[in-house]
Ligand binder design. Sequence first.
Ligand code: ZN
Length: 575
Amino acid sequence: MIHYKLSYEIPTRHFIHVDFCMENPKADIQLINLPFWRPGRYERGSFAKNIQEFHVFDENKKHLNFRKVEGHTWEIETQGAKELHISYNYYAADLNAGSTYVDRGILYVNPVNLCLYPVGEEATPCTLELKTEEGLKVLGAMPELKDGKYQFSDFHHIADTPFMCVKKSQTIEVKTDRSTYFLHFWGYFKLDETKISRDFKKFITLNEALFSENPYKDYHFLFIGLPNNFHHGVEHKESTVIALGPGHSILGKDYNEFLSISCHELYHAWNVKSIRPIELWPYRYNEDSYSNLGYLCEGVTTYMGNLLLFQSGVWEFEDLAQEFEKFFDRHFNNFGRYNHSVAESSFDTWLDGYERGIPNRKVSIYNEGALLTFCMDTIIRKKHDGKKSFHDVMHKLYEDFYKNGLGVSEQQYWDTIAHFAGEDIRAFFENYIHGTGDYHAIVDEAFDYLGLEYEAKPAKEFHEAHLGMKIVQRKGENPWHIIAIYPGSPAETMGLYVGDQLLMVNDIEAEDDFPKWLEYFVDDKYQFVLRRNSIVKLIELKASERVFYKDYKVKRLDHPSRSQREAYNKWSYKK
Ligand SMILES: [Zn+2]
């Protein structure tokens, strides 16, 4: 048995004290590990850098020698101790959906960040005791509480159970025939309970209906409302943490974003927390776990999350169309699509999966994964006259693999798709999942089947369309930073780089309205003053009539054929 006790004295110092106790450690040397990544984010998190003090002793408080053998692994000389105690503290000042945070009125913990475990003993049961400020309420999918301690079946269980202890929060309950869903809100949220309950009930009910069972008993949404622009969710089997902001608009004009991320994370309870790539089954917290199947984890979930909102009637087609417009923008305006397949980008999340990365190198497991899932969904629908769909693929994976305690290999995933889509689909895998084939043909075919169309127009921002550069203004700064350059555009040929800071154009200082000035000087020569590596430069260029970056508009055909109408109705679940 392993015991954890978390406490803190002065919450504003942001340090959490952890008492770790392991019964019956190895007689001579015991290896102790802290996870260096967390499920849901396939890159190193290096949580051990947040540990300040570290002391080891036995059941008689006798100090034991230890040394670090890796950044996150300690080797301890146990000298026959019956109990191994480690007393350490963890700096908890980061607030996002996968972090740990302590401050006045809140203790928010992702145990995977700060719970040590003996290497190779992830299956050992463990308990957790909390000592917090007075009057805090514990929120999350916590297990049974016995003698003041939460009882976890093993390390995977505690690592997958984030929780919040807070003074002030609001909870909405949504019940279905199978489970109760708790929507906990902490931070900046202005709730419309009736609307939220109604919409959640719709997509939750449809989600449940797609699978033979819920992989959880009850389910908890932990929402963190932040003042700044924020969008981050992390999936767990019985819960999710979703951090969103800014609080003034997240349940207002950004309400669709709130729905989309919520439905996405819930779908993960089945896909990723249950149906899971074999490389992640079981989770190995002290290894980089490379997998090609990120497009199953995130691509399928992104498409399905949005589709379920549409199919359950929470969203109209126009809401879903906006998501397709974003997919197209991120795909067709990204030249990384000529370089990396989605499978390669999946493998490399461990390198650069969560940053913009170098120019034109990679694609996204979310974006390209979602587009490809959509195309495969329509291929299956077409073959079965709308009676089978990608939902059947996911249902079969759940039954064949998860319910038999197995992870899914890429080959098994493809075989399952081929079971519904036919053997011809294998060329699709080679061309688009492991290849960099042009998506136009497959997207056109899928759109044609459903009676949809898309139009590519010059990007709304003049400098994107005719200078060939994307720029952003960082908060509190005047210069505008170049974040992307279109190959062959004036911006590229005249020597602008990603990372350049634009200070002036034609004697006008770059301020909030800089894009307007870029459009204003359309007929003139642009004289940019820019800063690059502390050197100020002057670069001149002229706009081109050619269109570089484009915007996409997705809609239904004005006059779909009868078969297109039928296919659309089956896809949309509209009668
Ligand atoms: Zn996800």
